[in-house]
Design a protein around this ligand. Sequence first.
Ligand code: KG4
Ligand code: ZN
Length: 353
Amino acid sequence: MKSNPCARALQRKNVILGIESSCDESAAAIYHSEHGLLAHALHSQVALHADYGGVVPELASRDHIRKLMPLIEQVTHEAGAPQLTGIAYTRGPGLVGALLVGASIAAGLGMSRGLPVLGVHHMEGHLLSPLLEQRRPAFPFVALLVSGGHTLLVRVDGVGRYSVLGESLDDAVGEAFDKCAKMLALGYPGGPALAELAANGRRDAHDFPRPMLKRPGLDFSFSGLKTAVMLAVKAADDTPQAHADIAASFEQAVVDTLVAKCARALKQTGLSRLVVAGGVGANRHLRDTLAERGERDGFELYFPQSQFCTDNAAMIALAGSLRAEEMHSGIASADAVARWPLDTLTVPGVQSA
Ligand code: KG4
Ligand code: ZN
């Protein structure tokens, strides 16, 4: 009988240090293939970038240099200094300077401790993050990946077996949250602040467009919605209620769009499990609305905990654990890429053509 390479990787015990530095979070974690997550720690750079209204790449890189080693020491101590079998770091996509810090530390630690190293795809980390939970989805499933840089619907048949079903043609959904939050003077990062303001607003106060819903297919577009919000902000009274109404109506338009496309993707693929991951997956209104739709349509819904929806190293250590057999020893130089299409990944143990 032919053995499944994913199952083979899972059978072999491994203990992986994960390092994340793709954007504005420095994070480290240790994942054990049999006992699960042993420790994780994160430093957010929010305060560092707040005055600038967005991430300043050079400042991000310098802060990763300051924070990553202490975080690695912290998780090593909290996990009880286990014998590591490998190191996984985020190779891309992301800010290349920030990525290079994690890549250099991974290469250096790998060399000095004689450990093999693997560069992991950041979105694969998000995609697999629901596997950190007790209640894990079985393959195959449809994944909605919604972050600051990506909006993707993916069919997932196993580790490395990803087909992109739809994606945003312009802004990512997290980016739309952040830009609308900026228009409402909510500062950076905008998503959570906008969601909080929306809780006090009327969701039907503005009839914002539900982009691309009338067209067939699974792609998204959020730039028209963003323009509609900009016009509404200009026309509205400068009162807390008027701003809350815009936030609530915007959030409703986004949620309606995402939920409808997820339902369409499940119908099109004939699958009945939906995974939602990435920063916007932490959005409470999205979670509640998807749960209601799941009950109505009969699909199962899986989320990582909110802390593993946004960027973290637990998901990178987990992805490294599932790809442990691809790790390489003797990597002396840092390898990072700003762009890296998700569907070019391969099944662990199987070389690309
Ligand atoms: O996955 P993530 O932490 O980083 C990227 O890989 O981009 O996602 C960050 C994005 C930001 O745009 C942030 O505003 C958004 O996720 N976000 C939220 C919420 N929490 C984070 N958007 C809406 N509601 C939230 N509760
Ligand atoms: Zn992310």
